[in-house]
Design a protein around this ligand. Structure first.
Ligand code: CDP
Ligand code: CDP
Length: 226
């Protein structure tokens, strides 16, 4: 009987947090929760309702009627607004351009953190985001700060969108990623930080498989020491 732990994965955009967390969760039979998708879904709702993302009061006023729900499964972590699956609509550039602003609003964070903590109650979970180790799961048995050089992260994102409707020049992607990191690290509410008890994993020179293997080893070591 293996003890099931909580794993917190934080780090900047494009470090590999969500794709790697998903594989790790599947391997371990854990629940994976993509908290970034929740901030993206709120941003989608704000834009869909033609609200002004700069108007904090207006953004916060939609929270009571938002009906944001998550459906984590083996293959994905779907997000719904009022019963509509918006998972496929939240990766567009308009969302990238506004999500960090929306995520800086205190009431938005409180609304989502409450839901994240409720979902994590089950045990055997891996959550990825910016404030998981610091705010959402401060008692997580394993905290990972997954990072990579901005060039490596931009290139990965560029490869992902190449040949799709969301295709963009590498320089633009790098600029967008850098702007978002800057806002996420410097905001007042729950900024992106590497907490003291996190293990730093720099994936700049690691393949996807090597990163997964490394994190699985860290999980094994954590469970053995529990
Ligand atoms: O996948 P990518 O790293 O591009 O972003 P994401 O994880 O989907 O998160 C999108 C944005 O949501 C981030 O840039 C943050 O502004 C915000 N976010 C946050 O503030 N706190 C979290 N726990 C997760 C995301
Ligand atoms: O969630 P986050 O923004 O941190 O990153 P992601 O969306 O999971 O990963 C961005 C891209 O980097 C994905 O296409 C991954 O397959 C890729 N990746 C990689 O090429 N090598 C790694 N060591 C880690 C991720």
């Amino acid at each position: 009987e293996h003890k099931k732990i909580a794993i917190a994965v934080d780090g900047p955009a494009g470090a590999g947090k969500s794709s790697i967390s998903k594989v790790v969760a599947n391997t371990l039979g854990y629940l994976y929760i993509d908290t970034g998708a929740m901030y993206r879904a709120v941003t989608w709702a704000v834009l869909d309702q033609d609200l002004n993302p700069d108007d904090q009061g207006q953004v916060e006023s939609i929270l009571p009627s938002l009906e944001l729900t998550m459906e984590p499964s083996d293959a994905s972590c779907k997000v719904f607004i009022k019963g509509r699956d918006v998972t496929g609509l939240i990766r567009q550039q308009a969302i990238n351009d506004n999500v960090s602003k929306i995520a800086s609003y205190k009431a938005v964070r409180e609304y989502l953190v409450e839901r994240q903590q409720a979902m994590a109650q089950v045990g055997g979970v891996i959550l990825d985001g910016r404030d998981i180790g610091s705010v959402v799961l401060p008692d997580a048995e394993l905290k990972i700060y997954l990072t990579a050089s901005v060039e490596a992260r931009a290139k990965r994102r560029w490869l992902e969108v190449k040949g799709t409707d969301n295709e963009q020049p590498l320089v633009e992607i790098q600029e967008s990623v850098q702007n978002r990191d800057e806002m996420d690290k410097n905001r007042k509410e729950s900024p992106l930080v590497c907490v003291e008890d996190a293990i730093v994993v720099d994936s700049s020179n690691l393949t996807f498989e090597e990163t997964v293997a490394h994190i699985l080893t860290l999980v094994q070591e954590t469970i053995e020491h529990e």
